[in-house]
Write a protein of this length. Structure first.
Lengths: 190, 229
């Protein structure tokens, strides 16, 4: 699920770069092929999410991501102070940063999809809309690129979180330290 | 709360689309000014950073120079011809300064092009009465374009040797490209190598993929840009 989304997203970003950055465009060429890859990877990016909705565990994670508690405000304040100590950054299974990222990127993907479709199917909307959609698509693409790079950097900095994504298991000590409220949350849910 | 962030992104996106015409004008002015003073060239990577964008439909394009470049004129003509770069340079040159408008939206103001009028090459070859259109082919091996004979005879349709008062560079379609001033820039085929007079218009590369054959700026492809001529 995460891997398929990530693969589609990276393909979308890579093809976008090949279409957009002149030096890369010059290197890659093959414009019709790159455009087709970009369109389809973009269109399919939300597909794993939609399929995931069939899974109760995935829906439970979405509920966790959606719910912001008092501890999340504490976490965000600590993040703003650059305070890295685990005590001042209380978190359940997902910390406040992950929650903000998840909902921001979900919204951004939908906006990219909508503006992308307006550019793809030019007859759907009037011309002024298409030019405006291009404008939003271009600038939001830049923001998405930067934010996704940040997301990847965060993951690279935390091997245990990566192991969790890969295997579904994390060390108890790491979970106690980085996601102290998780255990309580699990018993609450049960 | 998470839902609220998703919804506010959607709201911002919609607001962005609505406000885009104003925002775009402001940003273009700002970035244009910044790009003038930017030694790093980073502003060129930003959206609307200005200038030309490189589009090629193939993976790589062979390079041609004085010794290897040839332009052929054939089809429904009395005197088919082949020109070298030096022969083209020796013909009378015409210079125009117009905006360049791409069908994807970017526009480069006041760009000088100079070269040989296409009509001069057609006159030299002697178009037969049954010749009604021109097909252009390119040495990238894939691109093609078309014009009707009357469009091709316009004074602002050039076989361009110079762009921005420099020889047309390889990435801009050099050493020789077509320049069709009043039309969207996809008509100005890069890496021009063949001019063939035909009895009817044969749609070019992008035209077979949905773009208009008669690509007047502001009056085709569903766009309303200010005309370049």
């Amino acid at each position: 699920m995460h891997r398929t989304t990530a693969a589609l997203m990276l393909l979308c970003i890579a093809t976008a770069a090949a279409l957009y950055v002149p030096q890369l465009a010059e290197l890659v060429g093959r414009r019709p092929l790159v455009v087709t890859l970009h369109q389809w990877s973009g269109l399919l990016t939300p597909a794993p999410f939609l399929l995931g909705l069939a899974s109760p565990a995935f829906r439970a994670d979405l509920r966790r991501l959606n719910r912001f508690g008092a501890h999340d405000r504490t976490w965000l304040r600590a993040a703003r102070r650059r305070d890295r100590s685990p005590e001042s950054r209380p978190a359940g299974k997902f910390n406040a940063g992950q929650k903000v990222y998840a909902s921001w990127i979900a919204g951004a993907v939908l906006v990219m999809l909508a503006t992308g479709l307006m550019m793809w199917f030019t007859s759907l909307t009037p011309l002024v809309w298409r030019t405006s959609a291009t404008f939003v698509h271009d600038w939001l693409a830049l923001a998405v690129g930067i934010v996704v790079a940040g997301h990847v950097a965060k993951a690279l900095a935390d091997p245990e979180a990566r192991r969790g994504m890969r295997t579904g298991w994390v060390e108890r000590g790491w979970a106690r330290r980085e996601h102290a409220l998780w255990a309580a949350d699990e018993t609450d849910d049960a | 709360m998470g839902r609220r962030i998703v919804l506010s992104m959607l709201g911002l996106g919609a607001a962005g689309v609505v406000a885009a015409p104003q925002l775009q004008g402001g940003l273009e002015a700002l970035l244009g000014a910044a790009a003038d003073k930017d030694p790093t060239g980073l502003t060129e990577l930003l959206p609307n950073g200005g200038g030309f964008r490189y589009y090629s439909v193939v993976s790589s394009v062979p390079r041609k120079d004085e010794s290897s470049y040839r332009l052929t004129v054939d089809g429904l003509v009395d005197r088919p011809a082949t020109y070298t770069l030096d022969q083209l340079r020796a013909l009378p040159q015409t210079r125009t300064v117009r905006d360049v408008q791409c069908v994807t939206g970017w526009r480069v103001p006041q760009t000088p092009f100079s070269g040989v009028k296409l009509s001069a090459l057609l006159d030299a070859a002697g178009v037969r009465p049954e010749g009604k259109a021109i097909r252009f082919t390119c040495f990238d091996g894939a691109y093609s374009e078309s014009l009707t004979l009357s469009q091709a005879r316009r004074d602002d349709v050039l076989v361009a040797l110079r762009m921005q008062d420099k020889p047309v560079s390889h990435s801009h379609g050099g050493p020789v490209r077509l320049y069709v001033a009043p039309m969207y820039f996809y008509k100005s085929a890069k890496w021009l190598s063949g001019i063939t007079v035909t009895s009817d218009v044969r749609p070019g590369y992008w035209e077979e993929r949905g773009y208009d054959v008669d690509a007047w700026v502001g009056r085709s492809n569903g766009r309303t840009d200010a005309p370049t001529v």
